[in-house]
Design a protein around this ligand. Structure first.
Ligand SMILES: [Fe+2]
Ligand SMILES: [Fe+2]
Length: 385
């Protein structure tokens, strides 16, 4: 991220922000594929000034204090609250999920004509479904590690004691999320994928930015907002009972995490000047595009040895899949509106979300009204289904 000069009136162009003119340039999207770092780890300088506060007055921010008290009662244990004895037959899950969700998971033959998939037999399609599961759960796991690092950073950087307390509970939540996704991948699925390249670029940007509110905006509002919607869809569509319950537990925590983001930022953003708000708008737009790009699943296509030209053909012939992906922005858009970011700078961000086809979500309720966020007791105690 570069810093906008206060005098600069213009917002940056798509090329400057995301490296391409059209947000729908799929060829550019598919050309970036994630790989494991050979050293087995990935380091990002986080440039953050850790901040002590001497104002220990608990409850000075009443809404954050309330969220903290709820979070303490909402802890669950991934080892004991989930039934890990459930056996998962990935092939059967692929078949059952496709039968239960024909609109999202079955292929339209016309879309496959003239591509490598035209010659695939049933076994190969099932293999593709299995790779999809491995990829998706891997991305959930990597994203959760991003959240773990970001919330640890928020504990250090946010200036208010109520927010430090709350963020500390979220660090524990995210550790549990990484743990359960990793355990599910290792014990129930059949392979890992590296971090998707687009998601990786976004997480690097979020971690590297020294300003505490940018960690919130990138992680709590954008990444977690999208994750909450994605978990909701998979929870609704999957026929696999262990994953269903696991996701339900994670979603109960994520609702609180996104609410934490909105509650913290809405006050702070009222103090920012126009140039500072523009910078936040650009950051939100860049993050939205990175997350949209990730859904092209380039690592799966590569593993299945489908040429890029064929992937382009398939995606262009099935625009309803794109519509489905846009639904994943349903939590993000109302929250950005609540924060004033849709309308700042003559509605620049509103124009961008209109271009993406996601602006209609602005009328949905924002995450400060999510029941899960303020629920009393852990998902295990509440017996959520
Ligand atoms: Fe999480
Ligand atoms: Fe989270």
């Amino acid at each position: 991220m570069t810093t906008l000069d206060d005098n600069q009136e213009q917002l940056r162009s798509n090329i400057e922000l995301i490296g391409r003119e059209s947000i729908d340039d799929l060829e550019a999207v598919l050309s970036v594929v994630g790989h494991y770092d050979v050293e087995g780890y990935h380091r990002v300088p986080d440039n953050c000034p850790a901040e002590f506060t001497w104002d220990y007055e608990k409850g000075a921010k009443p809404q954050l204090d309330k969220l903290y008290e709820k979070a303490k009662k909402a802890q669950w244990n991934g080892q004991t609250d989930l039934d890990w004895s459930i056996e998962v037959d990935q092939e059967q899950v692929v078949i059952a999920n496709a039968e239960a969700n024909p609109a999202q998971m079955q292929w339209d033959e016309a879309a496959l004509a003239g591509t490598a998939l035209e010659k695939w037999d049933e076994k190969r399609f099932i293999e593709f479904g299995i790779q999809n599961q491995n990829w998706l759960l891997s991305q959930f796991m990597h994203g959760e590690q991003g959240a773990l690092l970001c919330t640890a950073k928020i504990v250090e950087t946010v200036p208010w004691i109520d927010a430090k307390y709350y963020a500390a509970t979220q660090v524990m939540d995210e550790a549990r999320h990484v743990e359960v996704f990793s355990k599910y991948l290792d014990e129930k699925l059949s392979g890992h994928y590296p971090m998707n390249a687009h998601l990786g670029l976004l997480l690097d940007d979020i971690v590297a930015d020294p300003r505490w509110d940018m960690t919130y905006l990138g992680m709590q509002i954008m990444v977690e907002g999208l994750a909450l919607a994605a978990f909701g869809f998979i929870h609704m569509m999957t026929t696999e009972p262990l994953l269903k319950k696991l996701l339900r537990y994670v979603m109960a925590d994520e609702a609180r995490h996104v609410a934490f983001g909105v509650l913290s930022l809405q006050e702070y953003y009222k103090e920012l000047n126009a140039a500072e708000l523009r910078e936040r708008q650009e950051f939100a737009f860049e993050a939205a595009i990175r997350m949209k790009d990730r859904m092209a699943m380039q690592e799966v296509w590569e593993r299945m040895e489908v040429p890029t030209a064929d992937v382009l053909k398939i995606m262009q012939a099935a625009p309803e899949r794109d519509d489905f992906q846009i639904l994943l922005f349903s939590k993000i858009v109302p929250n950005l509106k609540k924060l004033g970011l849709l309308d700042a700078a003559d509605g620049w961000l509103r124009t961008k979300f209109t271009e993406m086809g996601a602006i209609a979500f602005e009328h949905l309720t924002d995450s400060t009204e999510d029941e899960d966020a303020f629920a009393d007791g852990s998902p295990a105690d509440r017996q959520v289904a």
